[in-house]
Design a protein around this ligand. Structure first.
Ligand code: COI
Length: 352
């Protein structure tokens, strides 16, 4: 497929400093459409709103998937992209789950490269910053029948970002949700389907009312096992090992999760992927064997957890401080991403 490029005649004024996560977008976007049984009209164009009919299927039935990835620019001017092929592979799996036609990942990756290089001046270089990449596909049939759409829009937008949480790397407090669930096995929870996030909002509001930053989700069947946290996967350091919930069909297979597991194992640290009961977590905090909890995600990177709140009871973790292991994983991961440390796993492609 041919990619056309139309550059903007009116570049935006770039913000001074790093804006709040996901609120400012670069000058250009990638768009392609699906119709008549093929992806077509691939283009880089000036960033602009879509005009869609009110009957457009995504508004009503939520046939939509997305991804989150990051590119980095260091002080040497290198532009570095982290494990992007994993994002596009996962995105095609998400598409398959909600009957969206597959796309060619290598074509989309090369279009993204062109887009990122075109908007390269937007990539922040300060420590802790990146260019957040948001690919998405939405169903665009203008009709109200509930069926697989025949038309789709695929787009990628770019946003210069700093820390995902407003308090930066300050440890977060988690609200353990014992009533609502995010996802169940056989549902869409292990794919990046837009509706998963709609299902999480109510609990997010409950968490905020209790002074918590994020929700810790439990399994849908027994409300007993920890699944994930807000927009992150979750890890527990207990004794000499690290434990994380296994991917059982309702947990997002995070690319940062996978990277952290590989990184820890390469240091000789044992990582157990298995069911983790919330009662086990509470007991291990109580007897002092649990010394750290941290979340992982593209947007959040590594987020230390300072406390969890279960049924109104608050349990402090590691004195509410950023743990030693979490901090060193954060340091190595961000070091690899930005080029400060050697890329000993081959995770990064240099685009410039
Ligand atoms: C990411 O970490 O990139 C995500 O997609 C989570 C989010 C919804 C901000």
């Amino acid at each position: 497929m041919k990619l056309t490029v139309q550059k903007t005649a009116n570049p935006k004024v770039k913000p001074a400093g790093v804006p709040k996560f996901g609120t400012v977008f670069t000058d250009h976007m990638f768009v392609m459409e699906y119709g008549g049984g093929e992806w077509k009209n691939a283009r880089i164009q000036p960033y602009a709103p879509f005009t869609l009919d009110p009957s457009t299927s995504v508004f009503h039935y939520g046939q939509a998937v997305f991804e989150g990835a990051k590119a980095f620019k260091n002080k040497n001017g290198e532009i570095r992209i982290f494990r992007i092929e994993q994002n596009f592979a996962r995105m095609n799996e998400s598409c398959a789950r909600v009957c969206i036609p597959a796309f060619d990942p290598s074509f989309v990756e090369s279009a993204l490269k062109e887009l990122v290089l075109l908007d390269g001046d937007w990539i922040p270089t300060d420590e802790g910053t990146a260019l957040y990449i948001r690919p998405a596909v939405v169903a665009s049939d203008a009709a109200l029948g509930v069926h697989t759409a025949r038309n789709y829009i695929f787009f990628i937008i770019l946003s210069p970002v700093g820390a995902y949480y407003e308090n930066g790397l300050a440890p977060v407090k988690l609200y353990v949700e014992t009533e609502y669930v995010r996802a169940s096995r056989g549902g869409t929870g292990h794919h990046k389907v837009a509706g998963n996030y709609a299902a999480s909002l109510k609990s997010g509001e409950r968490a905020a009312r209790c002074g918590c930053d994020q929700v810790m989700w439990l399994d849908a069947r027994e409300h007993k096992y920890v699944e994930e946290v807000g927009s992150m996967n979750i890890f527990f350091r207990v004794g000499d090992r690290v434990i994380t919930p296994e991917l059982g069909g309702s947990i997002l297979p995070g690319i940062t999760r996978k990277s952290v597991i590989e990184l820890l194992k390469s240091r000789g640290i044992r990582v157990d992927e298995r069911p983790v009961a919330v009662d086990e977590v509470v007991a291990a905090i109580g007897d002092g064997s649990l010394t750290e909890i941290f979340g992982t995600g593209t947007a959040a990177v590594i987020s230390p957890v300072g406390a969890i709140m279960l049924n109104g009871r608050e349990l402090t973790v590691n004195g509410g401080e950023f743990g030693e292991l979490s901090a060193s994983v954060f340091d190595e991961l961000t070091g690899i991403q930005t080029g400060r440390l050697p890329d000993r796993f081959g995770w990064v492609k240099r685009w410039r």
